[in-house]
Design a protein around this ligand. Structure first.
Ligand code: GLP
Length: 210
């Protein structure tokens, strides 16, 4: 059972998995995936949705049969979040949760705030996060939906293993705060310090402040 992120950071990982699959070296037939988050208001068929992102970068290139992405157009978004939590539990829980890192310290769409949500929930996106996602919307931050659905902090922290990937100098400050700073909801990724089996994969630029 894999938990998967979107964003530019995991694209080389998805490319590598697709290459390994094409070479007959990875078989996904028995794998199940759950994605971290999705924009509210975008259907799975919308090319700007995270669902479409995953199809493009991974699902259409490998033999995954059981993929799950939150439905941002569900009539009742709270029920959709509850359904997703139950589906994760029914599938046996997440073995490896792969994460990217928002430049503001978010993981999934758990944005910095005085208090964080434990479970899958609807959230309002920060302006910086909408700007960071503008590349999916023709560069227009204002076209990025204002809300999203996201796994919560407990959903993520209950994964048996967590692998967070961060690349590029824009993440360096946040990587330092995540690893060396206090555990604080103002840097949601800092909660990974509490996980028994969390790994952080960085390039040199992202590791520059360590
Ligand atoms: C989005 C996603 C996050 C992701 C972040 C970083 O906001 N919701 O899960 O980690 O982007 O994106 P990038 O890898 O493009 O820097």
């Amino acid at each position: 059972m894999l938990g998967l992120p979107t964003g530019r950071t995991p694209i080389p990982l998805y490319d590598a998995l697709a290459r390994l699959h094409a070479a007959g070296r990875v078989d996904f037939a028995r794998a199940t995936t759950f994605n971290l988050d999705e924009f509210v208001g975008l259907a799975a068929t919308d090319p700007r949705s995270y669902h479409a992102f995953m199809r493009r970068h991974l699902f259409a290139r490998v033999n995954l049969a059981r993929t799950h992405v939150l439905n941002g157009t569900a009539a009742d978004l709270d029920r959709e979040c509850e359904r997703y939590e139950r589906a994760i539990v029914r599938s046996g829980g997440i073995d490896v949760q792969v994460l990217g890192l928002g430049a503001n310290g978010h993981i999934g769409f758990n944005e910095p705030a005085p208090a964080l949500h434990a479970r899958t929930h609807r959230t309002r996106l920060r302006p910086a996060t909408r700007r960071a996602n503008a590349y999916l919307f023709g560069g227009r931050a204002r076209a990025v939906p204002t809300h999203a659905l996201s796994m919560g902090m407990a959903t993520i922290l209950h994964a048996r293993r967590v692998v967070l990937m961060a690349t590029g100098s824009a993440k360096a400050r946040c990587v330092d705060r995540m690893i060396n700073g206090p555990v604080t909801p103002m840097v949601p990724a800092s909660f990974l310090q509490l996980h028994r089996h969390a790994e952080v994969w960085l390039d040199r630029a992202a590791a520059a402040r360590l």
